[in-house]
Design a protein around this ligand. Structure first.
Ligand SMILES: Nc1nc2c(ncn2[C@@H]2O[C@H](COP(=O)(O)OP(=O)(O)OP(=O)(O)O)[C@@H](O)[C@H]2O)c(=O)[nH]1
Ligand SMILES: [Mg+2]
Length: 465
């Protein structure tokens, strides 16, 4: 019989556990960043990676358990006050979905390890523990029990900078609560939730449905407002999005190509949590808008990803997508597979990918290469391969946006000249005749029509003056 009396001092909760948060309080929680925080301010983790034993039902995975454990440790390192006290890989028949995951012997070893390491939290490195598993593990370990889902949710809630992000996180928490509805009738329920403290027991399906509807409505409104704001400040030209596994070098690449001083590459998972846009000028003179995006992560739960759809959705509609991979990471193949899967889940099928995605092998200064002929090899650190990549981006942008070369002849004093330069349409030096300048420009048909109506407008204004 397992000892249920093994206790640890529970880390103090930010707020005392309460019943359901009424919608009015939720509103306040979402408005007020300082109250929207992970539930625990400081934790020392025992990280356990369950290595699934090979068997007829085991899932196929390219991943090395050691690398998976390292990634879980790096994820915890993303939180400023979370530390890893100890970590271990333990064989398991996880597929059997046993309530306690491991047998008694293994559990005893883990509980001893937790005590010896003075850990105050347990992280089981699986996508999501069932409500039953979480509750059972809590009754044994007497500390907060994390899986990848609630760890990622805690990270997101700590760094949620605006209302949209906070609403997305609150929405992502709904299915989590629903799964635990009515199942948990112990004290444990109040410490199982990653964000603010709530008690799943007192929720009813109706209350949750109301909350979900309210959150969706608020989220739609907030997204519309943000869209309007964005369109006011929106940058010009074709759109190029940079996607990839977290820490692959997306921000570094955009910083290299745009020189944007606001970008800060960091050696941290999820360093970028919000899409941002930056202007770059290609060799052809075209101005493009580059979007830096949130990194993908192995096993990032679908509903969590879906809750961040609002940000990622427009990325998928970019004219060109750069998929950057860190080929110096021994795990790059599995990461690559995960990114491709995620893009598919977001609606980018194989055919679409072929015509729109440029695959990039980054960090070649650290060694490693995918061996794939079609991948562009670069180093954001040394700048190697950058020139060739820019030429390829230019080619792809032109192909995707149907840009054609044209000659436009304008009088020396035409105000439209400024327009052509400002929009980045001009290629090379103009040729002058006695009265006119001849410009070689690259424009799509749509841009040409817009230019013509702009010129007409200008001429009209000049005439009426
Ligand atoms: N050696 C080397 N380091 C690189 C290179 N590119 C990026 N890095 C480093 O890799 C780390 C991650 O870079 P970021 O550009 O922040 O990566 P990211 O893909 O934006 O990461 P997230 O925003 O966290 O998803 C930083 O420490 C960079 O300095 C490279 O070509 N060579
Ligand atoms: Mg980044």
């Amino acid at each position: 019989m397992l000892s249920r009396r093994l206790t640890t001092i529970l880390p103090s909760l930010r707020r005392s556990s309460s019943a359901i948060t009424p919608i009015e309080d939720l509103e306040e929680l979402i408005r007020e960043p300082s109250s929207f925080k992970p539930q625990w301010s400081h934790l020392d983790f025992l990280v356990v990676h369950p290595r699934i034993r090979w068997g007829p039902n085991s899932p196929s995975t390219l991943r090395d358990p050691k690398l998976q454990l390292e990634e879980a440790i790096a994820l915890i390192g993303t939180m400023p006050d979370y530390r890893v006290a100890n970590s271990v890989i333990v064989g398991t028949d996880y597929n059997t979905k046993r309530a306690r995951i491991w047998g008694e012997g293994r559990l005893h070893e883990l509980m001893t390890l937790k005590e010896e390491s003075r850990a105050t939290a347990l992280m089981v490195n699986v996508q999501r523990l069932t409500a039953m598993q979480q509750s059972e593990l809590f009754s044994l370990f007497r500390c907060p029990i994390f899986d990848r889902f609630n760890l990622v949710l805690s990270i997101f809630s700590l760094y949620a900078k605006d209302e949209v992000a906070r609403l997305q996180i609150a929405l992502a928490q709904v299915p989590y609560l629903r799964q635990r509805l009515n199942r948990l009738r112990t004290e444990s329920s109040s410490v199982l939730l990653p964000c603010w403290s709530e008690n799943a027991v007192v929720h009813s399906e109706d209350e949750l449905r109301q909350r979900e509807q309210w959150l969706r409505k608020r989220l739609n409104e907030a997204v519309e407002k943000e869209k309007k704001e964005r369109s006011k400040h929106s940058l010009r030209g074709p759109s190029v999005a940079v996607v990839g596994y977290t820490n692959a070098g997306k921000t570094s690449l955009i910083k290299r190509l745009t020189g944007s001083s606001s970008l800060r590459p960091l050696n941290r998972l999820f360093a970028t949590l919000h899409t941002s846009e930056h202007s770059a000028r290609l060799g052809s003179g075209r101005v493009i808008t580059m979007a830096d995006t949130i990194g993908f992560l192995y096993d990032l739960p679908l509903d969590l990803l879906a809750s961040f759809d609002a940000t990622l959705a427009h990325v998928i509609h970019s004219d060109v997508i750069l998929h950057i991979r860190d080929v110096s990471n021994p795990d790059w193949r599995a990461q690559d597979e995960e990114v491709v899967k995620t893009l598919e889940r977001l609606g980018l099928d194989e055919e679409d990918r072929k015509g729109r995605v440029i695959t990039i092998d980054n960090k070649i200064d650290k060694g490693g290469w995918s061996g794939e002929e079609s991948a562009w090899r670069i180093s954001c650190a040394s700048g190697e391969g950058m020139r060739e990549l820019i030429v390829e981006v230019d080619r792809m942008v032109r192909m995707r946006t149907g840009v054609r070369g044209r000659i436009i002849s304008l009088p020396f004093s035409s105000p439209s000249i400024q327009y052509l330069y400002r929009e980045g349409f001009v290629v090379g030096e103009p040729v002058s005749t006695d009265t006119h300048l001849k410009f070689q420009v690259n424009m799509t048909d749509e841009e040409f029509q817009r230019f013509k109506s702009f010129s007409k407008e200008i001429i009209k204004t000049l005439r009426t003056k």
